[in-house]
Design a protein around this ligand. Structure first.
Ligand SMILES: [Zn+2]
Length: 93
């Protein structure tokens, strides 16, 4: 007798994925943070992002505690990380 229980439903191969992006605008620093999630369109399983640290940063990508939302800071034009750290709101010349 086997301890393995076979599921009667075929396992989803997650062939179609849906991405959802929300963008938060931190106006005092002219910084936006993209919140990205990805799930399977068929079984709705949520994917986890690998490799990014947990937390929230204005200068590098991070994930939430379950790892299912990737936070990516973005800036317009030629703004730099130093501009964001300094809280500058002007574009570089
Ligand atoms: Zn699926």
């Amino acid at each position: 007798m086997s301890d393995v229980i076979e599921s009667e439903q075929p396992k989803c191969k997650h062939g179609t994925l849906i991405s959802l992006a929300n963008i938060m605008h931190l106006e005092d620093r002219d910084l936006r943070i993209v919140e990205l999630t990805i799930r399977c369109a068929i079984c709705e399983e949520v994917f986890r992002f690998l490799g990014a640290p947990t937390g929230l940063s204005m200068t590098s990508p991070t994930v939430d505690v379950p790892g299912t939302t990737l936070h990516i800071p973005i800036v317009p034009g030629e703004r730099s990380i130093e501009d964001i750290r300094a809280g500058a709101i002007k574009f570089k010349v």
